[in-house]
Design a protein around this ligand. Structure first.
Ligand code: IFM
Length: 461
C-alpha cells in the first residue's frame, strides 16, 4: 500500500478521556464530571478525574508521539478549561496549556488537529438547559472564536464537534452518556438541532478570524447498515437505521435539509428550527471527519418509537463467523471502504479524514516492557487496506487517526476497555508502547521511506 506523501498519520484522544486535573488551574466542571460522579453511571464508578494525567505529563506524551513517528495528532479542548462558566471570563491557564501543547507538537513536526467539543459541556451551561437551549449554540460559537484567536495562527485543522449523535441519542434516549436522560426522543431531536447549529455558527465565526488556508470540518460516527433478511419490515428497519445513524447529521450539514421521516422515526416533533438555521448548518466545510468502528446488521425490533425509546430497530449480533472487539462490536474492515465510498458518492465532501478507527481488546502487560496485541495489529492493517481501496475508488481521504493514542477513560465503561496504541498502567501511569504501536510506527516509517528522495548518484570523475 502506498499513500500520498502528505497523508496524515495520526492518533486521536479527547480531553476528558486523558487529561485528568479536572479541578486544577481554574477548570470549571463539565456534565461528564457530574455524570461520572453519580453512583451507578459508569463502570465501578470510575471518572476522568485522574484519567491518564495528560495535563501533567503533556511534554512526555508528545515525545512519545514523536517516537511513534506520528505526523498528526488529534486532540480536543476542554471547553470548561477555557470558559469555566461556559461563557464570559476566559481562564488564561487553560489557554496556556493548549498553547504549549500546540507549540510542542509543531516543534516535533506533528500537525495539530483540534476538536472543539468532545462532549464535556460546561456544567454551568447544562444547568441553563445545555444543548436543549438554543443559547448554548451561541455560547459555542463564542468559545470557538476565543480558541481561533488563541491558536489560529498555528493550528490549520479544526473539527467543531465530535460525534454529536452521542450526546443527543446516548445522552437523551439511551441515557448511558451524560446527562443520562432515558427515553426523551424529543429532547434528542432538539439537542441534535442545537449541536448542528453550534457547528454551523462556529464554522462561520472561526472563518471570520482565521487565515484562508484554515480547514474546518465535523467528525461523525458513521456505520454502513445491512438488512438482516429481506422481509419488508426488515428493509424498513434498515432504512430507519440508516436515517438515524448516518443521515441525521450528514443531511443537514451537506444538503441543508433534514432527512424526510427522521422525526417520525423518533415519534417526535421537528426541533425548533428557525429561519436560516439550515443555511447556517450547511455552511460549506473543508472536510468530513469519519469515525468508523463497525457496521450494523439490523432487523425490525420491538422497541418501536411508540415506547418512547429506540427506533424500531434490532441489532443482529449472533454472527457465528464474526470476530468482536471487547466493546462487542463486530470487526468489519470492508465497512470502512463502503462508508467512504457512500459518502463520496452521495455527499461529495471536499476531503475525508478518518478521525477515529480502532478497537478495544483485552490487553495485558507482561510486566517487562511488552504488550502483545496481535488482534489490534490485524485490525489496523485490514482497515488501512480498506482506506487504500476506497481511495483507489475515488474517496478523497487525506489522513488516518487511530483511536486511540492511549488506553483511557472509555466513558460509561470507565477504564475497563483499552483502545490504545500505548498501554497505560493506571496505578503508576507508566506508558508502554504496545506491539500495535510499534507496528504502526513501522508502517508510518515505511510510508515515509516510499516518498523519500533517492540519493543523487555520484558525479562522474
Ligand atoms: O472513546 C470513544 C470516543 O470518545 C468517541 N468515539 C468512539 C470511541 C470508542 O468508543
Amino acid at each position: 500500500m502506498s499513500f500520498p506523501q502528505d497523508f496524515f498519520w495520526g492518533a486521536a484522544t479527547s480531553a476528558y478521556q486523558i487529561e485528568g486535573a479536572t479541578r486544577e488551574d481554574g477548570r470549571g466542571l463539565s456534565v461528564w464530571d457530574q455524570f461520572a460522579a453519580t453512583p451507578g453511571r459508569t463502570y465501578q464508578g470510575e471518572t476522568g478525574e485522574r484519567a491518564v494525567e495528560h495535563y501533567r505529563r503533556m511534554e512526555q506524551d508528545v515525545a512519545l508521539m514523536a517516537d511513534l513517528g506520528l505526523t498528526a495528532y488529534r486532540f480536543s479542548i476542554a471547553w470548561p478549561r477555557i470558559l469555566p462558566d461556559g461563557v464570559g471570563t476566559v481562564n488564561q491557564p487553560g489557554i496556556d496549556f493548549y498553547d504549549r501543547l500546540v507549540d510542542q507538537l509543531l516543534a516535533r513536526n506533528i500537525t495539530p488537529v483540534v476538536t472543539l467539543h468532545h462532549w464535556d459541556l460546561p456544567l454551568a451551561l447544562f444547568e441553563r438547559g445545555g444543548w436543549r437551549n438554543r443559547a448554548t449554540a451561541d455560547a459555542f460559537a463564542d468559545y470557538a472564536t476565543t480558541m481561533a484567536r488563541a491558536l489560529g495562527d498555528r493550528v490549520r485543522w479544526w473539527t467543531t464537534l465530535n460525534e454529536p449523535w452521542c450526546p443527543a441519542y446516548l445522552g437523551y434516549v439511551e441515557g448511558i452518556h451524560a446527562p443520562g436522560v432515558k427515553g426523551d426522543t424529543q429532547a434528542a431531536v432538539d439537542v441534535g438541532h442545537h449541536l448542528l447549529l453550534a457547528h454551523g455558527l462556529a464554522t462561520q465565526a472561526m472563518r471570520a478570524v482565521m487565515p484562508a488556508e484554515t480547514r474546518i470540518g465535523i467528525a461523525l460516527n458513521l456505520f454502513p447498515i445491512f438488512a438482516g433478511d429481506d422481509r419488508p419490515e426488515t428493509l424498513r428497519a434498515a432504512e430507519r437505521a440508516y436515517r438515524f445513524h448516518t443521515r441525521w447529521f450528514l443531511d443537514p450539514v451537506f444538503r441543508g435539509e433534514y432527512t424526510p421521516g427522521l422525526f417520525d422515526d423518533f415519534g417526535a416533533e421537528p426541533p425548533p428550527i428557525q429561519d436560516g438555521d439550515l443555511k447556517i448548518i450547511s455552511t460549506p466545510t473543508d472536510f468530513l471527519g469519519v469515525n468508523y468502528y463497525n457496521r450494523w446488521i439490523v432487523r425490525a425490533g420491538s422497541d418501536l418509537p411508540a415506547d418512547g425509546v429506540g427506533t424500531g430497530v434490532e441489532y443482529v449480533t449472533d454472527l457465528p463467523d464474526a470476530t468482536f472487539t471487547e466493546m462487542g462490536w463486530e470487526v468489519y474492515p470492508h465497512g470502512l471502504e463502503l462508508i467512504l465510498e457512500d459518502l463520496t458518492r452521495n455527499y461529495h465532501p471536499r476531503m475525508l479524514l478518518i478521525t477515529e478507527n480502532g478497537a478495544a481488546f483485552d490487553d495485558t502487560w507482561n510486566g517487562n516492557g511488552r504488550v502483545s496485541d496481535p488482534q489490534r495489529v490485524r485490525y489496523l492493517s485490514e482497515h488501512l487496506r480498506a482506506v487504500g481501496d476506497a481511495m483507489a475508488h475515488g474517496a478523497p481521504v487525506v489522513g488516518y487517526f487511530v483511536w486511540s493514542l492511549f488506553d483511557n477513560f472509555e466513558w460509561a465503561e470507565g477504564y475497563s476497555k483499552r483502545f490504545g496504541l500505548v498501554y497505560v498502567d493506571f496505578a503508576t501511569q507508566r506508558r508502554i508502547i504496545k506491539d500495535s504501536g510499534t507496528w504502526y510506527a513501522g508502517f508510518i516509517a515505511n510510508q515515509r521511506a516510499l516518498h523519500a528522495t533517492p540519493p543523487k548518484p555520484p558525479l562522474p570523475r
